[in-house]
Design a protein around this ligand. Structure first.
Ligand code: GRG
Length: 300
């Protein structure tokens, strides 16, 4: 008789998110340390109940090649700090001018623009301090590779570059190639870097890292398509942010260019391709397969 073991994704996500939250709590500067206002803002935006998808992908990438969550924890938290930085700056009046994030007032609404800008800057710098800390549990040459990977995925060849083209495209008719450039750089680059960083730190081989890179790019693109769809069809009580804002700002999105149904199909197709890239792995990659489905099925 063969027993079918179904992977419990909810439990996996909850346990790892708790593990990451506890570590972030320890790594972030205390509100009692000077400058207290800056530290309050950094903690307010970071410890505010995000899904922790990117740090969970660092851990799942490490586990896929036989590593552990403990060994990659500083880098997992570093990526959450970069992500939180990008959200704070993305919400600023000069960029998206959003007032609600993770169900709470955005950082600049709560603390003022100057504090929000500096909180973002300090989180970004703090991320690289944390990656360097990972030399305690991973070989230094792997840590250097990860520093390069994450810096590139965050900068002009990654998130910042994608964000720039996103802003320049507002209110314009963009073609499919430009839309894909925006999504691959603004969102998929950091998601890919998360999975690959975990695998590199845990000693993954070249072919394992390459397969996980393909997985990361495809789920990263699917993630942004799903985010575009949630901005059209989502429920603010579940997304924790306003809906309908992309259309109001004339943003370049998948539903705007291709419609809701074709966008859903494209996201599903990317998830199938991402899972196919994992064929070289056994059951150690089961969390990554389940996360791929979650990325397009989530409601928030
Ligand atoms: C950080 C180097 C650096 C630059 C800032 C503002 C900016 C440049 C980039 C913006 C990038 C951005 C906000 C992309 C959108 C990505 C996205 C879909 C975010 C929502 O992520 P979730 O759903 O959020 O994982 P939670 O709240 O769950 O963490």
């Amino acid at each position: 008789m063969s027993a079918t073991v179904t992977f419990d994704l909810n439990r996996y996500l909850q346990e790892r998110a708790r593990f990451i939250d506890d570590a972030l709590e320890r790594y972030l500067p205390s509100e009692q340390e000077r400058p207290q206002l800056l530290h309050r803002a950094m903690r307010y935006s970071t410890l505010s109940g995000g899904k922790r998808l990117r740090p969970i992908l660092v851990i799942a990438g490490a586990e896929a090649v036989g590593g552990t969550a403990e060994a990659v924890l500083p880098t997992a938290c570093a990526i959450e700090l970069i992500h939180t930085f990008s959200l704070i700056h993305d919400d600023l009046p000069a960029i998206d001018n959003d007032t609600l994030r993770r169900g709470r007032p955005t950082c600049h609404v709560q603390f003022g623009e100057a504090v929000a800008i500096l909180a973002g800057d300090a989180l970004f710098a703090g991320a690289f301090e944390l990656i360097a800390l990972n030399a305690d549990t991973a070989p230094s040459e792997r840590v250097v590779q990860v520093l390069h990977l994450i810096a590139e995925a965050s900068g002009t060849r990654g998130m910042v570059g994608g964000q720039m083209v996103d802003i320049l495209s507002e209110g314009k008719a963009v073609d499919a190639e430009t839309l894909e450039y925006i999504h691959l750089h603004k969102t998929a680059a950091l998601i890919r870097a998360s999975v690959v960083a975990g695998a590199l730190l845990a000693g993954g081989s070249c072919w394992q890292v390459e397969a996980l890179g393909t997985y990361g790019t495809k789920v990263g693109l699917a993630f942004q398509i799903a985010d575009d769809l949630l901005n059209v069809t989502g429920d603010p009580s579940k997304t924790g942010k306003a809906v309908g804002t992309d259309a109001a700002r004339g943003k370049a999105t998948y539903p705007a260019l291709f419609g809701v149904e074709a966008s859903q199909k494209r996201a599903q197709q990317l998830i199938q391709e991402a899972i196919a890239a994992l064929h070289v792995f056994g059951e150690q990659a089961e969390p990554l397969r389940a996360i791929a489905h979650f990325i397009v099925e989530r409601e928030g």
